[in-house]
Ligand binder design. Structure first.
Ligand SMILES: [Zn+2]
Length: 466
């Protein structure tokens, strides 16, 4: 698209500005909220295959009953690699623990009372596979290590004194975890450059090894990617450092990606509320035919195919969509496996916002047509929106949360008017910022804006009532 065909001169200006921008901080404060904290210290070996480390997880029992046990999901066991637990300890005791079905269960010797704090320390070691097997972007090549979900991921509590067991999704986002701040230190081959859910600091370098640290704000999960095959362009927009890591030699596409992400950020901050961190990265990843992109807090992975083909439109669709997830899934959280429509349908709405506001109504309308085309794939079947990933069959997953879902939002928008809908969506983001959303809470909140008529539409579209 015309706006993204940045001239080489603009590219040069960005490179020059990197030197300047690195010399002055001027970044906004990272937003904070009450949440768990995770400290991870690990080492990745020279061939990028094996890693091991220690994780300390601290949280409070925010349920009304004593907490007997907690759980962590060991996702690498499901994605062609491995993650083993070597030991579990607490400050004053050694709890009972076991691993079954890729879930580490820890049973406290003394239950944690409501409001009480607990801290566990886990020793882990893992292997990164050579092939990408969804869900989650976790794999390596000779010179790239993509470390999605490489650590034991804390599973949300069930409200009954334990945790809610999970079966990860085979497509889309793998599991829901607990909102946490991360302080991660790691040692890895120094040939790699890193991007993560927060700013990566290179602390020291010795004999082809580098020590780094990353600290994040509150995030739903932590992502880290290292590659020896990247170059990077960066700029600061409104106190946020935007960085685009692209395959060497593909600077134009790297710059295009940076600008698309910046435009998305501008539009979403205006219409959905402030972005919470002071860094946002877009990184290329060899995702093959398995995924166009993937969102993680503060970082978006974009299929490196987009850096070789000329389809600027679809590149922007993916970037706008994955950037939109920073608001729907990360800021306003939900269980992406049990209720994927809550993040995917709203993120599709955000994608429409990008095209409508940047290129005008015609471009926005063509996005709406693309949602209709998706729903047409299942002949506009009245499949409910609030199904889990596991319940959608065949083409339904791509058609319902990504097609029918945004069309439900546009139905409300055209029925009640753009002004009211815009106020609703901004207030939705403000009211449930950092919270965990579910379909019933959304229904109640929508009722406050759209009343009985809106509720009738909700029941028809979301529950499939006739
Ligand atoms: Zn998505």
């Amino acid at each position: 698209m015309a706006r993204l065909l940045i001239s080489k001169i603009a590219g040069l200006l960005i490179i020059l500005s990197i030197l300047f921008l690195f010399s002055c901080s001027g970044l906004r404060e990272i937003e904070q909220t009450e949440c768990a904290s995770s400290e991870i210290d690990f080492s990745l070996d020279d061939d990028l295959e094996s890693y091991s480390g220690i994780m300390s997880f601290r949280s409070t029992n925010d349920q009304s009953v004593p907490l007997q046990s907690i759980g962590f999901f060991l996702l690498p066991q499901r994605t062609g690699g491995n993650l083993e637990i070597g030991g579990v300890s607490m400050e004053k005791s050694v709890p009972r623990w076991s691993v079954e079905n890729s879930i580490l269960s820890i049973h406290f010797n003394e239950p944690v009372q409501p409001g009480g704090e607990y801290k566990v320390q886990l020793e882990f070691s893992g292997k990164v596979p050579r092939t990408l097997r969804l869900p989650g972007i976790f794999f390596r090549t000779d010179d790239t290590a993509a470390l999605g979900h490489f650590y034991p991921m804390p599973i949300p509590l069930d409200g009954k004194g334990s945790f809610a067991p999970v079966e990860p999704s085979a497509q889309g986002d793998p599991i829901e975890s607990i909102l946490s701040r991360f302080d991660v230190t790691f040692e890895a081959p120094s040939r790699l450059r890193f991007a993560a859910s927060g700013p990566v600091e290179r602390l020291s370098e010795k004999e082809n090894r580098v020590s780094c640290s990353v600290s994040t704000g509150p995030v739903r999960d932590f992502y880290l990617l290292g590659s020896a095959e990247w170059d990077m362009v960066t700029k600061v927009y409104s106190g946020i450092r935007l960085s685009s890591w692209y395959p060497r030699g593909k600077m134009q596409q790297g710059i295009d990606s940076l600008y698309a992400m910046e435009e998305a950020l501008k539009i979403f901050e205006r219409h959905l509320g402030p972005y919470p961190y002071n860094t946002l990265n877009i990184v290329s990843g060899p995702l093959g035919s398995q995924a166009g992109g993937m969102e993680y807090p503060g970082i978006i992975v974009l299929n490196d195919n987009y850096y070789t083909n000329e389809d600027s439109h679809y590149l922007q669709v993916v970037i706008a969509h994955e950037t939109g997830h920073q608001w729907f899934y990360n800021l306003v959280g939900n269980d992406p496996v049990m209720e994927p429509w809550l993040d995917e349908s709203f993120t599709q709405y955000a994608t429409w916002l990008y095209f409508e506001k940047l290129y005008g109504e015609r471009s926005g309308n063509s996005m709406i047509t693309s949602f209709q085309n998706r729903w047409d794939r299942v002949r506009k079947a009245p499949v409910p929106l609030n199904l889990s990933v596991h319940e959608y069959e065949g083409r339904e997953y791509g058609a319902i949360p990504y097609g029918k879902g945004p069309l439900f939002l546009f139905t409300l928008r055209s029925y009640f008017g753009g002004d009211l809908f815009d106020r609703f969506i901004l207030d939705y983001q403000k009211t449930f910022r950092w919270e965990r959303m579910d379909t019933e809470k959304l229904r109640d909140f929508m009722y406050g804006y759209f009343g009985d008529e809106g509720d009738a539409l909700f029941r028809k579209w979301v529950y499939g009532e006739t």
